[in-house]
Design a binder for this molecule. Structure first.
Ligand code: ACM
Ligand code: ZN
Length: 758
């Protein structure tokens, strides 16, 4: 019935020539069948939604689809119908099941629920965006449904606060990739971000702090710029409705019993000591928590949760439960009295009492609780779901106990970790979780019996914001890793294909950029990896491209210490250096980026008399911190505070290090760096002794040092003149972590890097 103009004929022929694989969808659907023919998109579109569906859905689809019409329209006798058909529920079909039909005379999405129609509309939007230029879409049938029911993303708005407009944009991103849970982390030590009518001080006082921690954690530096913000209940309702329209459930998190400093600062009588307390400027875990022996704590939390339940209609409330120190409870008369009256044998059971009491209240209102995996300690509340973050063990234990589980292990799901070589990324929390690693994630733990798989509801990506200050930076950390997780959670496991995903992602990047999303291109970052060169004193450098086929596209630039260019050029992936310099490497822009620049990797090499010289260790580093082996200590790279995982070597015992300078030399200094980062259980050496020798047999002590106070990277060294061929450094392990530090009683880590001999 269409009006067939010669123009249309031409367009249709050229579209027919398109590859049948032209659909680049994320997440990949369960089934795509290509049918005969093309659908002409140039006739004016008409969006139709079943009478039985809501007007809200119609309005949203209309508003989103119509702007995707190709700019050039034709005159046609009939419009192009894009129909959304809600059919009878069918218990045999999975929730969110839907079909997308593209036919020569129209487009249809069919589902048994509005959620299914909405998910199908996301597929359709991606298809239509790709067809705007060609003006036609190949006919096809997509049949699709998700692998998991909980496909979540989290956002911490407490360490840094983000405005409602951005929260909605974040929800838009979730919706685009068919995610369906938004975990909103609303209360913390550093800020209470949700208006509670009955307790106004929570936001009058608790939403504001007098400054923020800046820079790497170990530096313990703070600014004094007042920081804060909160969402009014009206704004919360607006966000919840916005998400609901996109079939995303918002899961609010109200932290208890720990991470509660902002609440305690507002109402000090809720803590064991009565305060005063402050909304925290710094990151970490704090000893002051809600008092578990004080009934008014439970009254207050129940009042808070009552208001929260009025605002958030979802099944689950997240009650936190993580990282709750028990120090205050041990010495609090009320907490101890509670333990006695309830016959609780230790403070873990007291935490369990706390959570179970809250659960009983929440259950009595027809809702359920979910908490971080620490809620397993001391006994799980009867109906609670567990969010497994400290690895997968918590999730496995909970599923074995027949409790629902959402997987969110730090190893694969923490998007506050670095996604590229830390040397070339903005400061992050730590860790190293590449896009490919996220994509490789399997949410069902291998050790779980098939009958327990059903307890794994799904997984979610977490975006903690200690080091994330702006919406653009949130986007950078979340995108594209969230897309990888979305596919893990939606697409059947056997259909997952990393190479194919990256190909589709490369088509998605320009669309995201058009939407002004600040995507990370760390995927294309070159890794500059040094190793011992063939000759003593030379460092061999490999530049590794993350993607196959890109290693021949690498270009280099080398600068001396004054920034003068020493050389450069292209297309080799190795190079040898013998002097201090800075190396830049990148994937050539012409070949793949089409005018967009790819990230430049930068590495600074500082040569001294020990660099790239033979080195021996009396005992190897612990296997967990031994990435580059002994060479790491003489690789020309001075480890920085933000790159713990890749640049430092770690021991849990004393070590003696010997370096052969190759010939007797006049030297005046021997030094080595160590890391003091007690919150990560990394302590400074007890002592460092320096020896020198001209024959490798008789060593003379040059000096011994202790350094107790400074945080971060600390250099131990001796200055003395002498003729020396061998230097020896004996580093004494600090032993057990003392009381008052995180991990007290455990063996400390001792991290060393870069020997300096001048
Ligand atoms: C957490 O990362 N503390 C749940
Ligand atoms: Zn107490």
């Amino acid at each position: 019935m269409r009006f067939a103009s010669p123009l249309l004929f031409l367009l249709a022929t050229s579209a027919l020539a398109q590859s049948p694989q032209a659909q680049h969808l994320i997440p990949q659907p369960v089934e795509i069948r290509l049918d005969e023919g093309q659908c002409n998109l140039l006739c004016p579109w008409q969006v139709e939604v079943s009478q039985s569906a809501s007007k809200e859905l119609f309005d949203l689809l209309q508003a989103e689809l119509i702007p995707l019409q190709p700019p050039k329209q034709m005159e046609c006798l009939l419009p192009l119908r894009i129909g959304f058909n809600l059919i009878q529920p069918d218990t045999l079909l999975p929730e969110e099941w839907h079909m997308v039909h593209v036919k020569p005379d129209g487009i249809g999405v069919t589902a048994t629920s509005e959620a299914g129609l909405f998910r199908g509309s996301r597929t359709l939007i991606q298809l239509l965006e790709q067809s705007r230029e060609s003006g036609s879409l190949p006919c096809l049938t997509i049949t699709d449904w998700p692998r998991f029911g909980w496909r979540g993303m989290h956002l911490d708005v407490c360490r840094h606060f983000f405005p409602v407009e951005f929260v909605k944009e974040y929800i838009d991103l979730l919706a685009r990739y068919k995610m369906n849970r938004f975990h909103w982390h609303l209360t913390e030590d550093q800020g209470w971000r949700i208006e509670i009518k009955k307790y106004p001080k929570l936001t009058e006082i608790g939403a504001w702090r007098s400054g923020s921690q800046v820079g790497p954690y170990s530096r313990r530096e703070y600014d004094s710029i007042p920081f804060g913000g909160y969402y009014t209940q009206q704004q919360i309702r607006e966000v919840v409705a916005y998400a609901a329209a996109r079939h995303i459930t918002v899961v609010p998190e109200i932290e208890m019993p720990g991470h509660a400093m902002a609440a305690l600062a507002s109402y000090p009588h809720l803590g064991c000591t009565g305060g005063p307390y402050e909304v925290q400027k710094g990151w970490g875990v704090f000893d002051d928590v809600f008092c578990a022996g004080n009934d008014s704590v439970f009254t207050m939390l129940e009042d808070v949760l009552t208001e929260v339940m009025e605002l958030f209609p979802g099944e689950y409330l997240h009650i936190g439960g993580d990282e709750c120190p028990k120090e205050r409870w041990k010495t609090c008369a009320k907490c101890q009295a509670r333990m006695k009256s309830e016959s609780l044998k230790d403070e873990h059971e007291l935490q369990s009492y706390f959570i179970q009491r809250i659960e009983k209240f929440v259950n009595s209102r027809g809702r359920k609780i979910i908490g971080w995996d620490e809620i397993l300690e001391g006994g799980l509340a009867p109906n609670a779901a567990v969010m497994s973050w400290r690895g997968t063990e918590g999730g496995v234990a909970a599923a074995k106990q027949k409790h629902n589980v959402v997987m969110s292990p730090g190893s694969h799901c923490y998007f506050d970790h670095y996604q590229g070589d830390p040397a070339n990324e903005p400061l992050a929390f730590g860790g190293y979780t590449t896009l490919q690693k996220v994509y490789s994630y399997e949410p069902i733990p291998a050790e779980l019996k098939p009958e327990d798989h059903k307890y794994i509801l799904g997984a979610q990506g977490n975006v903690w914001t200690e080091y994330i200050l702006t919406p653009e930076h949130v986007e950078y950390m979340a995108v594209p890793r969230m897309l990888a997780l979305a596919e893990v959670l939606w697409t059947p496991k056997e259909q997952r294909d990393e190479k194919d995903f990256i190909k589709r992602l490369e088509k998605e990047f320009p669309r995201l950029e058009k939407m002004k999303v600040n995507v990370s291109k760390s995927l294309y970052q070159v890794r500059i990896v040094p190793s011992q060169g063939d000759s003593v004193g030379l460092i061999h450098i490999d530049a590794l491209a993350a993607l196959e086929g890109q290693h021949t596209d690498i270009t280099w630039r080398i600068y001396n210490e004054n920034g003068m260019a020493l050389g450069g050029g292209g297309t080799t992936d190795t190079i040898d250096i013998g002097r201090s310099c800075t190396i830049e490497a990148r994937i050539q822009t012409e070949t793949r980026a089409q005018g967009k620049s790819y990230p430049v990797a930068v590495r600074k090499f500082n040569f001294n008399l020990a660099t790239a010289r033979p080195i021996t260790l009396s005992v190897p580093p612990n296997e967990r911190y031994n990435e580059g082996g002994a060479f790491t200590l003489v690789d020309g790279i001075t480890a920085q505070e933000k790159r713990v995982n890749t640049e430092w070597l770690g021991w849990r015992e004393s070590v003696t290090i010997t370096v052969d300078l190759g010939s007797v030399q006049d030297i005046s200094r021997i030094a080595i760096g160590a890391l003091n980062e007690t919150y990560s259980w990394i302590h400074m050496p007890e002592a460092v002794a320096f020896f020198a020798s001209s024959d490798g047999k008789t060593f003379t002590l040059w000096g011994s040092h202790q350094q107790k106070t400074k945080a971060g990277r600390v250099a131990f060294g001796v200055e003395q003149a002498g003729k020396v061929r061998y230097v020896r450094i004996a580093v004494k392990h600090p032993g057990t972590i003392p009381e008052g530090y995180p991990g007290a009683g455990n063996p400390a880590w001792m991290f060393l890097d870069e020997i300096e001999v001048r």
